[in-house]
Design a protein around this ligand. Structure first.
Ligand code: HCA
Ligand code: CU
Length: 467
């Protein structure tokens, strides 16, 4: 259902991986002779300015861990209901992708949640299995019995949460945190302490409690933008300040209400955070958190080697399809990496450059993700270079002038309606055949007659309109 490539319209031309690779290799060779140093660096890698800024001493852009929370935050998505079998499928698919940790709903949430947590712990995954609990001894006691590798503890610290949620003051929160942390640690299990709604909490309160829990020996502290209010600059400031206050790892959790979740996660890493929370397709409370695919795309653009060495990028599509089916949503058309048009190039100018060297208009290499690039040619913005490439694929021997004439014909017809790939192919075949027969195919009436004959000869392909 959610396989984006199955439903791709036929006016789009797929550029074969091999073909693209060859074109790209040839082109880079030529380019090296003429391009400036900066341009060459940009062409050779995916990084925008050739050299990176990631030598920043604080930055973990090239050394981060993913805490994948589809089975915790994602369960808070409006459509989510995961039975045991589905949870196991998702956990295995995430493990196959290579996420570092898989976070599960609190075993204190329900009897079935507890059983599912135990079942996932028994799978023997490579990823660490952690669960997420309130800062409460009752929850902690249940969590440590499930077999998890770690426990993520959270407690609200903002004025809103202190007044309208749990009603406790900072002294109580700190005392509780220390009690829970000591208990979990005594069981030899990893522990993280996070403050809910960190960005609307008092900075002094935050830094004080993080300092206390760091001294007690948490493995990580967490910063959570629970309401999606933070912007990247605020994230940088807070995480950088926190980095100077605690010695433990720093996890970050960003909601996407105002569209900054991935940028915030990236900036947090630049400021010294070590772990980022994601969910598949970004599902979660309200409109969710950074999507695994979007976050990975962002990190790939920053350090392709690190991302490719650590994660099985070709498994992304599978895990997204599994989750999309489970929560009954479609993969969005503009989804990072796997969206229907993520690697589709349309304008003639783009198509020309893509055929010469895909890096000209692509920061992500589709083949690294097991995806294909497409060049859309049956429309009024098309260009003759892309049409020429299609003619070559069809084995038609047309001169550039003849291809240009055929392109004009495609544009005339596409002004009436977009042409399918088959329509485009028909025009090219008619041109080629007409030229061989010595007739003037640029003449409207001649062309139309030949096209009609061509279509009559292939009625079944006209009616179903597919390629
Ligand atoms: C929630 C809790 C949480 C916890 C994040 C964390 C949030 O509101 O459901 O443990 O760091 O967004 O604050 O998901
Ligand atoms: Cu959340």
């Amino acid at each position: 259902m959610s396989d984006c490539c199955e439903s791709r319209p036929t006016k789009i031309q797929r550029v074969g991986e091999e073909e693209a690779k060859n074109i790209s290799e040839t082109h880079v060779g030529v380019e090296n002779k003429v391009a400036t140093r900066g341009e060459n660096e940009a062409l050779q890698g995916v990084q925008p300015f050739g050299s990176s800024r990631y030598s920043d001493f604080l930055s973990n852009v090239s050394n981060f861990k993913i805490i994948e929370s589809t089975l915790r935050e994602g369960e808070q998505f409006a459509n989510a209901f995961f039975d045991t079998e589905t949870k196991i499928r998702i956990a295995k698919a995430l493990d196959e992708f290579g996420v570092d940790c898989i976070e599960l709903t609190s075993p204190a949430a329900s009897e079935q949640s507890r059983k599912d947590c135990e079942a996932i712990c028994k799978l023997g995954l490579k990823a660490k299995v952690i669960t997420h609990i309130r800062c409460h001894m009752d929850d902690a006691r249940i969590a440590v019995e499930t077999g998890v590798d770690g426990v993520d503890v959270v407690m609200g610290t903002s004025k809103f949460l202190r007044e309208y949620s749990h009603g406790k003051d900072m002294t109580y929160i700190t005392k509780k945190a220390v009690e829970v942390i000591n208990f979990v640690k005594s069981k030899g299990i990893e522990i993280r302490f996070s403050t809910e709604d960190s960005f609307r909490s008092d900075l002094v309160d935050l830094l004080s409690i993080y300092q206390v829990v760091d001294k007690v020996g948490v493995n990580r502290v967490g910063v959570a933008d629970t309401v999606g209010v933070a912007n990247p600059r605020q994230v940088y400031d807070l995480v950088r300040t926190l980095r100077g206050v605690v010695g433990c790892d720093i996890e970050c959790h960003f909601h996407n209400d105002t569209g900054c979740a991935i940028a915030n996660a990236y900036t947090a890493l630049e400021a010294g955070a070590t772990h980022v929370d994601t969910s598949v397709l970004g599902i979660g409370e309200r409109n969710g958190i950074p999507s695994l695919g979007g976050f990975i795309a962002r990190m790939y653009a920053a350090d392709r080697d690190y991302v490719m060495s650590k994660y099985n990028l070709k498994a992304l599509r599978d895990v997204e399809n599994i989750v999309a089916d489970a929560v009954q949503v479609q993969i969005p058309f503009n989804n990072y990496v796997t969206g229907y048009c993520a690697f589709t190039h349309k304008a003639g100018i783009h198509a020309k450059a893509i055929l010469a060297n895909p890096s000209t208009y692509e920061i992500l290499k589709p083949e690294d993700f097991g995806m294909s690039r497409y060049v859309s040619i049956g429309h009024r913005l098309t260009g003759w270079n892309a049409v020429k490439s299609r003619a070559q694929q069809l084995g038609l021997d047309l001169t550039d002038d003849q291809v240009k004439a055929a392109t004009n014909r495609i544009k005339v017809m596409a002004d009436i309606k977009d042409q399918t790939m088959e329509d485009v192919d028909a025009i090219l075949h008619v041109f080629s055949r007409g030229i061989k027969a010595g007739v003037d195919v640029t003449h409207d009436a001649v062309f139309e007659k030949l096209l009609e004959q061509h279509n009559v000869a292939r009625p079944e392909s006209i009616t179903d309109g597919t390629n």
